[in-house]
Design a protein around this ligand. Structure first.
Ligand SMILES: Cc1ncc(C[n+]2csc(CCOP(=O)(O)OP(=O)(O)O)c2C)c(N)n1
Length: 551
C-alpha cells in the first residue's frame, strides 16, 4: 500500500532500531513531525537549539555505538547543527542528521533558507544524500546507517525536500544492511605481535577508538594487558576504558600532558597502537610517537585501512577488528622479560601518585573537592560527562575510573556538548547516575538544554565551575601575553537561581568544607540538579595557578 514518504521514513528508522530522535522543529520537515506523531516506536525529544539536538544525538551514539539521529530545519537549523557534524567527524561517532530542504522545484534558486548541503558539509560529513524521490527513502536510509557506522564511524547528512516528504510510494522498508566489520586477525599475525611484545623490554599499548569502549572491548583490553604484561595508556578522552587503579595503567593521553610524561612514554621500545587513529591530541602534536617515522617499532591496528599510514610509518600495519585482536592476544599469553616489571612501575607510579587528591594549601575552592566527594559516591556504573574546558582536568586527574564507569567527553574539544550529552545519557539509562562537569563558559552555550532535561525528566547532576572566565583561554593568554587579559572575562548569572527558574534544583558550593555535603544532596535529589561551584580563578588548572603562570 502506498505510504507518504514521511511515514515511510519513520518506518525505516523504526526498522533500524531508532527509539529516539532529537530535533528542533521547522516548517521544512513538518510532514516528518506529523509521521512521528503516530509512532509508538520512536520518541521525539524537542530541543532548544539545533546544536543541542545534534549533541544529544552524538551523546546517545557514544553510549550505544549505533547512529544517533537528529532532525533539523533548513538553512538556519542546519547551520546551527553543524557543530555536531564536526564533532561526529572528529570523535568518530555515528550520526545521521536529517535536514529539511526547499521544495525540489526551487532548489538552486537561492530560495528562502536554501543551502547546498553537499557543498557545506563536504569537509565534515562522510556523505550527503539528497532524496529526490520518495521511492528511494528506504534505500538511502539503509545506506546512511551503514556509512555512519563503518569503517570509521562518522556523520551522514540526509536532505529532505519538503514536497518530497508529502509524495507517496509503495516502496517497502529495507531492513538494516550488514555493517562491514574488521576481520579477526590470522594466527600468524597474533604470533607475530606476541613475539614482538615478548622481545620488548618496554612496550606501550596505546588503546582507543569507539569500538574498545564496549563492555566486550574493555574486557578484552584488560585480559590482553594482563596476559602480556602490557602497560596501557588510554587515548584522549578514553580514560574510562581501563581500570585507572590497575598496576598496568600508564595514564590518559590528555590534552598537552607534561613533557616529563611524554618523555617517559617515548622510552618505549615498542608501541602497539590499537583502535586509535593516532590523532593530534593523543599523540601530543604528532610527537608520541614521532611522526612520520617513530623512533621505536610501531604496530598499528585499526579496522579502517585509511587510518593506518596517514601520519605514521608502521612496522606492522594490521587491518583487523581491534577487539578481536585483543581477544586473540588474551588467549595466547606471552613471556615478559624480568625488566618489564620496572618499566610498568615507572609508567604507573607517577600516575598513581597524581591520582590522590589533597586539599590545596591556600584553601581556595576548585573542582578537586567535588571530584574527591564523588569518588566514594559515584555508583559503579555511573556515567560521567564533561564539557570542554580546564574544569574537566580535575576529573581526569583525580577520578579513578573503575573500567565500568563511562566517560563522555569531546575528543574534538567542542564546548557545548556537556549538557546535551548528559541529557541524552539520562534518557538512555534512566536508572544510572549521570554526573556532569561544565564550565561557566559552556554553561551558557547549550546549558539551556536543562529545559529539555526538566521537560523529559532526565536526571542529570551538573556541577558548574563558576570562575568568571573562559579559563582555558585565559591560561593560554597568561602564557603567551602575560597579564594582558582581554576577551576572556565573564559576568555570570546566579546559576542556582537560573536552574531553579527552569524547574530544576539549584545548589551552591562556596567552600571546600561544604563540598561533600552538597554533592551528597545533589546526588540524592530525584531530578535534575545544577550546582554552582564558586571556583577560584587562581586555580586555573589542576597543575598551575595564575600566579605560577605569570611567574
Ligand atoms: C564551541 C567552542 N568555542 C570555543 C572554544 C575554545 N575554547 C576552548 S576552552 C574555552 C574556555 C572554556 O571556558 P569554561 O567553560 O568557563 O571552562 P574553564 O576553561 O574556565 O574551566 C574556549 C573558549 C571551543 N573549544 N569550543
Amino acid at each position: 500500500m502506498p505510504r507518504r514518504a514521511a511515514d515511510l521514513l519513520v518506518d525505516c528508522l523504526a526498522a533500524h532500531g531508532v527509539e529516539r530522535v532529537f530535533c528542533v522543529p521547522g516548517e521544512s520537515y513538518l510532514a516528518v513531525l506529523d509521521a512521528l506523531h503516530d509512532s509508538n516506536a520512536i520518541q521525539t525529544i524537542v530541543c532548544r537549539h539545533e546544536s543541542g539536538a545534534g549533541f544529544m544525538a552524538v551523546g546517545d551514539a557514544k553510549l550505544t555505538g549505533r547512529p544517533g539521529v537528529a532532525f533539523v530545519s533548513r538553512g538556519p537549523g542546519a547551520t546551527n547543527a553543524a557543530i555536531a557534524v564536526h564533532v561526529a567527524e572528529q570523535d568518530a561517532v555515528p550520526l545521521i542528521l536529517f535536514v529539511g530542504q526547499v521544495p525540489r522545484a526551487e532548489i538552486g534558486r537561492r530560495s528562502f533558507q536554501e543551502v547546498d548541503y553537499a557543498k557545506t558539509f563536504a569537509d565534515m560529513a562522510k556523505a550527503v544524500h539528497l532524496i529526490h524521490n520518495a521511492a528511494r527513502v528506504p534505500e538511502i536510509v539503509a545506506r546512511a546507517f551503514v556509512e555512519a557506522q563503518a569503517p570509521t564511524p562518522g556523520p551522514v547528512v540526509v536532505v529532505l525536500p519538503e514536497d518530497m516528504l508529502e509524495d507517496s510510494s509503495d516502496a517497502p522498508v529495507i531492513e538494516p544492511l550488514a555493517v562491514p566489520r574488521g576481520s579477526s586477525p590470522s594466527a600468524e599475525d597474533v604470533d607475530k605481535i606476541t613475539a614482538l611484545v615478548a622481545k620488548s623490554e618496554r612496550p606501550l599499548l596505546m588503546a582507543g577508538g569507539i569500538g574498545l569502549g564496549t563492555p566486550r572491548g574493555r574486557k578484552a583490553l584488560l585480559a590482553a594487558s594482563e596476559a602480556h604484561r602490557l602497560p596501557v595508556a588510554l587515548t584522549f578522552k578514553r580514560q574510562d576504558y581501563f581500570p585507572n587503579t590497575h598496576p598496568h595503567y600508564a595514564g590518559h593521553l590528555g590534552f598537552k600532558i607534561a613533557k616529563a610524561a611524554v618523555q617517559r612514554y617515548l622510552e618505549a621500545d615498542l608501541i602497539l597502537a590499537l583502535g586509535t587513529r593516532l590523532t593530534e591530541a593523543t599523540t601530543q602534536g604528532y610527537t608520541l610517537p614521532a611522526s612520520p617515522v617513530p623512533r621505536q617499532p610501531l604496530i598499528h591496528i585499526h579496522d579502517d585501512p585509511r587510518q593506518i599510514g596517514r601520519n605514521y610509518t608502521a612496522t606492522m600495519a594490521l587491518v583487523a577488528d581491534p577487539v578481536a585482536v585483543l581477544e586473540a592476544l588474551a588467549r595466547s599469553p606471552g613471556e615478559a622479560s624480568a625488566r618489564r616489571a620496572q618499566w610498568i612501575k615507572k609508567l604507573n607510579e607517577p600516575v598513581a601518585k597524581a591520582l590522590a587528591w589533597a586539599p590545596p594549601a591556600d584553601g581556595l575552592l576548585d573542582m578537586g573537592p567535588i571530584v574527591a566527594a564523588l569518588i566514594t559516591r559515584a555508583t559503579k556504573d555511573a556515567i560521567l560527562v564533561t564539557d570542554a574546558g580546564n574544569f574537566s582536568g580535575w576529573l581526569h586527574r583525580h577520578f579513578p575510573f573503575n573500567g565500568e564507569q563511562v566517560l563522555i567527553g569531546c575528543v574534538g574539544g567542542a564546548m557545548g556538548i556537556g549538557m546535551p550529552a548528559a541529557v541524552a545519557a539520562a534518557l538512555r539509562f534512566p536508572g544510572r547516575q549521570v554526573i556532569h562537569f561544565l564550565g561557566d563558559g559552556g554553561a551558557l552555550m547549550t546549558g539551556s538544554e536543562l529545559a529539555t532535561a526538566v521537560q523529559y525528566g532526565a536526571n542529570v547532576k551538573t556541577f558548574i565551575s563558576n570562575n568568571g572566565t573562559y579559563g582555558t583561554i585565559r591560561m593560554h593568554q597568561e602564557l603567551a601575553y602575560k597579564g594582558r587579559v582581554h576577551g576572556t572575562e565573564l559576568r555570570n548569572p546566579d546559576f542556582a537561581k537560573w536552574a531553579e527558574s527552569f524547574g530544576a534544583r539549584g545548589l551552591t558550593i562556596a567552600s571546600i568544607e561544604e563540598a561533600p555535603r552538597v554533592v551528597e544532596q545533589a546526588l540524592a535529589h530525584g531530578g535534575p540538579v545544577v550546582v554552582d561551584v564558586k571556583t577560584a580563578l587562581e586555580h586555573i588548572t589542576p597543575f598551575a595557578t595564575v600566579a605560577a603562570l605569570r611567574g
